[in-house]
Design a protein around this ligand. Sequence first.
Ligand SMILES: NC(=O)c1ccc[n+]([C@@H]2O[C@H](COP(=O)([O-])OP(=O)(O)OC[C@H]3O[C@@H](n4cnc5c(N)ncnc54)[C@H](OP(=O)(O)O)[C@@H]3O)[C@@H](O)[C@H]2O)c1
Length: 268
Amino acid sequence: MDLGISGKKALVCGASQGLGYACAQSLVNEGVEVVIAARTLVNLQQAQLALEQAQLQWAQKNHSKAVGVHIQCVDVTTQQGREQIKSTHPEIDILVTNAGGPASGDFRDWTRSDWLDALEANMLSPIELIKAYIDPMISKGYGRIINITSSAVKSPLPALGLSNGARAGLTGFVAGLARQSVANGVTINNLLPGTFETDRLRANFTHQANAQGVPYDRVIQDRLDKHPAKRFGQAHELGQACAFLCGVHSGYINGQNLLLDGGSFLGS
Ligand SMILES: NC(=O)c1ccc[n+]([C@@H]2O[C@H](COP(=O)([O-])OP(=O)(O)OC[C@H]3O[C@@H](n4cnc5c(N)ncnc54)[C@H](OP(=O)(O)O)[C@@H]3O)[C@@H](O)[C@H]2O)c1
């Protein structure tokens, strides 16, 4: 299916690897010009090279020219980082917000500063990015905003209180905004990953294995045994869902929280 977005421009945050990278890759495969942001330059450069290759292939196949893959080496949770992106790329058609998630733990140990950091990273930064980019999208009559949040929005994990709280705040805010922007062709939706095989997931399992004093493979197997799909999600599966929501055919999908968890959440 042609998603009808070749030539459009996207900013994908947290995109040197993992779920953000997969979103950038799926958009590149649709002929979208992408700006990828992350904090580690060498990883960004590697991602840029791989995406440029994919873009070249797309261009050859479609008798078109490669539209560009740009990098922004910034921390998107800082005002300075966001301003740097905005000043280099003042207008985009597609915004994918994403950054690392807060640490797990016991809420009794969290300070006010821990809470403010989590709110900054997983609630206020996406809102600031949306604020920076939504009005030009509204003026042009086309925009797609996707926030990568977490399955914990629907099914909170007790140890991930900082994430549960901050992401719930973002979800509530965009639910209202999506109803205001859609009449001007701008949709806002959230992707809620369950367990996707990324570096972050591997780090979480390593932490869990060390904390419980059990082998890493056992932690993985225990999790898979309880999972209805008996496998973890692959990043490209989320990337493809992201690209679809960014496409011209998705203009009537708005204000949704799309769970990608292989059916783990026991609800209909
Ligand atoms: N994987 C899962 O199963 C899963 C499940 C639920 C929720 N999530 C959420 O989905 C998001 C992405 O997870 P992932 O698994 O793709 O993680 P990942 O593999 O660790 O990738 C994270 C990406 O974001 C970048 N990043 C992190 N913090 C950033 C910041 N402040 N500014 C700019 N870039 C930043 C990282 O690069 P740098 O470190 O170089 O900046 C990297 O490119 C996280 O918020 C995570 O909590 C993931």
